[in-house]
Design a protein around this ligand. Structure first.
Ligand SMILES: Nc1nc2c(ncn2[C@@H]2O[C@H](COP(=O)(O)OP(=O)(O)OP(=O)(O)O)[C@@H](O)[C@H]2O)c(=O)[nH]1
Length: 356
């Protein structure tokens, strides 16, 4: 029998550091002479994180939806194709930060019916500062989603510890332990973990992890419903819309609207002024908690990859090898897309007038 391809799910709320961990893991595998592949899922219709993945790493993109709901049925087919075409030694599935890990887990294990793959871990990256704030508030859909992501993890990376006071670490560990008593927790800055963890995980023998046995996975990971039960968790807002085909078998299809998470994608018609853009981002309301983009500025020569997570901005100069869009994606809850669009258009106009 062919060896099953190990699969690691990278989970964690929007902007917590999943891609930061992924790029390190990919480098590690490549340095060890192995061939990693990536399946990346983004809520927006452009994959900006994918641009951070080096050329030569096979990557499948599932855009404009969340693996755990609308495109879950495709996951098995995509994984199978990735394996057939590239014969990777390992696959990382990076999910949108809005994804419910239990559903993703379900999706990957469904896929193992189609293709020889073996789920090895669910690594949840937690934004320390955000968890602290959410916990102190103690309510909200974001908080509940973070809770689920922590519950379902086999390993926890408590990231962005540079943004919290050292004294708060103890409080965070206590909070996490209430939800997940067993997964090892590693406190990090920029997701610097001992990457030999992956060798240990893959060296472990065991049958495919399946939801029914939950072998190798954290047994405290529970979810209020299976696909054919109705959901009692108000954070999910599911609309159970009947039956569908999955992997050749009948499966209950669950559509989550994730309607508390909104995405606005703005394609720029031309370069904009960098300072004005920074000022605009600085004014974003707190319910816009994540943004990213590829931007061309009228006052700089090279394009920039822009990142914004939890009120922190980051601009990295990039040298694209191919034509890239001039685009920014904004993710948040109940914000006005129209207002944001108008502000961005005003920036474009101002830059256009400066040029004339
Ligand atoms: N201050 C600080 N920033 C970090 C740390 N780790 C990552 N970042 C920054 O946080 C931003 C988001 O990181 P990503 O790795 O893209 O997060 P993600 O979870 O993949 O984001 P989504 O794809 O939107 O879900 C980037 O600007 C990173 O450079 C950290 O430990 N401390």
């Amino acid at each position: 029998m062919k060896q099953a391809v190990p699969v690691h799910i990278l989970s964690g709320f929007l902007g917590s550091g999943k891609t930061t961990l992924l790029t390190q893991a990919l480098d590690y595998y490549k340095q060890s002479g192995k061939k990693p592949a990536v399946l990346m899922n983004e809520l927006g219709d452009v994959n900006l994180d994918g641009m951070l993945v080096e050329e030569g790493v096979p990557m499948t993109e599932m855009l404009s939806g969340c693996i755990c709901c609308t495109i879950r049925g495709d996951l098995g087919l995509e994984l199978r194709e990735l394996i057939q075409e590239n014969t990777p030694d390992v696959i990382f599935v990076e999910c949108t930060g809005a994804a419910n890990p239990m559903e993703m887990l379900d999706g990957v294990t469904d896929a193992s019916l189609l293709t020889e793959l073996e789920l090895k871990s669910v690594i949840t990256v937690v934004d320390a500062a955000q968890l602290l704030e959410q916990h102190r508030k103690g309510v909200g859909k974001t908080y509940r989603l973070m809770q689920e992501q922590i519950r379902c993890a086999t390993h926890l990376v408590l990231n962005k510890t540079d943004l919290i006071a050292p004294a708060d670490l103890g409080e965070l560990e206590r909070v996490i332990r209430e939800w997940n008593a067993v997964a090892p927790i590693t406190a990090t800055i920029r997701c610097h973990i001992d990457l030999t963890l992956f060798d240990r995980l893959e060296g472990e023998t065991g049958d495919n992890v399946s939801l029914s046995s939950s072998k190798g996975l954290n047994s405290s990971c529970t979810h209020e419903h299976s696909h054919d039960e109705s959901c009692t968790d108000p954070s999910h807002l599911h609309e159970h819309e009947g039956e569908g085909h999955l992997n050749g078998k009948e499966a209950g299809v669950t559509h989550h609207s994730h309607d508390h998470v909104m995405v606005y994608t703005h394609y720029f018609k031309g370069p904009i002024d960098s300072e004005q853009f920074e000022a605009l981002v600085g004014r974003l309301p707190s319910n816009v908690y994540r943004a990213k983009g590829i931007l061309r500025f009228s006052d700089t020569s090279s394009p920039f990859m822009f990142q914004y997570a939890y009120r922190e901005m980051d601009f990295v100069k990039i040298t694209p090898k191919e034509e890239l869009p001039n685009v920014a994606v904004f993710i948040g809850e109940h914000f006005s897309k129209q207002e944001l669009a108008l502000e961005l258009e005003t920036l474009e106009q101002a830059a256009g007038e400066q040029k004339d």
